[in-house]
Design a protein around this ligand. Sequence first.
Ligand code: AMP
Ligand code: GLY
Length: 423
Amino acid sequence: MKVMVVGSGGREHAIVKSLKKSSEIDTLYVLPGNGGMAQDAVCVPEIGAKDIDGIVAFAKENGIDFAVVAPDDPLVLGAVDALEEIGVPCFGPRKNAAIIEGSKVFSKNLMKKYNIPTAAYEVFTETDAALQYLQTAPMPAVIKADGLALGKGVIIAENLQDAQAAVKDMMDGGKFGESGRRVVIEEFLTGPEVSVLAFTDGKSMKPMVSSMDHKRAHDGDEGLNTGGMGTVAPNPYYTEEIAKVCMETIFLPTMEAMNAEGRTFKGCLYFGLMLTPKGPKVIEYNCRFGDPETQVVLPLLESDLFTVFRAVAEEKLEETEVRFADGHACCVIMASNGYPEAYKSGFAITCDDGLNAEVFYAGAKLDGEGILRTAGGRVLGVTATAEKLSDAIALAYENVEKIHFENAYCRKDIGARALAAGR
Ligand code: AMP
Ligand code: GLY
């Protein structure tokens, strides 16, 4: 079988490494991929993840048997619809279902209509109305751009002044472009956050092991929001009892709501949850695997990933086993110092002998001489697995010490909160 994966980050590298274990796959392509993945798949750097025409033409020319579309942009743009049109089966939702991430207004209205627990909210298309509403809104207020904004379209405003500035920046100032012309203003929730990725084919839902992201740039959850500086799995706050409540009040109702809307979701549905004092609530949906959640979830997967992907495409998930190991995983992101703001790149990446962890490359590029160099904010993730969380964390950091590039930065406390939660 010839399989292609669309995307270029650490998440895609983790998907590629998992798929590589499948005996059914002869050739694995990744469009565009990155230099760090070159040993694991055939990278096609000239075709970007948003180049739908290029992706379709490549699939046709190379006789691709199955495609995995991993990032939000091509999913929201309809890559799966376009590939299915030429007869290529895919893992990933069609455009009409990817809207669950593509529009926060859509997802909030869906949750309201189907009684799925989430923060109370209002939608605004006019700046004046939004500013008026803020006058009496409780603070902090959470202001969200409607559309995709590279995970940066959420502002938590502590006071009225900051909230007004955020609304003006998004709605009038063009911050986040068209994505911010419409905004959602919602209630500020508190509680531990949990990420749950779930396979679904529209008929059944099989959640993967839970995880905990570390979104802020610095230790102690200080600094700016990033794409994610590290993850651990499972998430100790997500008990079996809570998982049951989530299945009944959130996961299955979401699947059924999408079916009822004529927008059957097939693929990986990502539930960003907050365990509030009033029970678990949805903070956000994503229409794809999370990054860097995937880098801790897939290393714990014992079932064959390709078998699961194909079962989802063929709507046979119910009878397909999705099994995870009992242990723990920790992923530490090594970034370019300065990320998520300005940083320098182009530095050679070297690894000492004797790595005993997985390395998933993201912002890395091979130069003309075949030397791997830094080429992005998040450069790579180091994932270790162990029976105990404390051992997984220690092993991940031990391996971080064996990887070198100038200007490297990582958080030193990935997993510390999970460990302190002590479950
Ligand atoms: P998102 O980009 O939707 O993942 O939001 C980024 C982060 O903002 C989340 O991980 C939460 O920590 C925080 N956040 C989003 N919505 C809320 C809310 N209603 N209450 C409190 N925190 C929130
Ligand atoms: N780690 C958060 C996300 O993938 O959106």
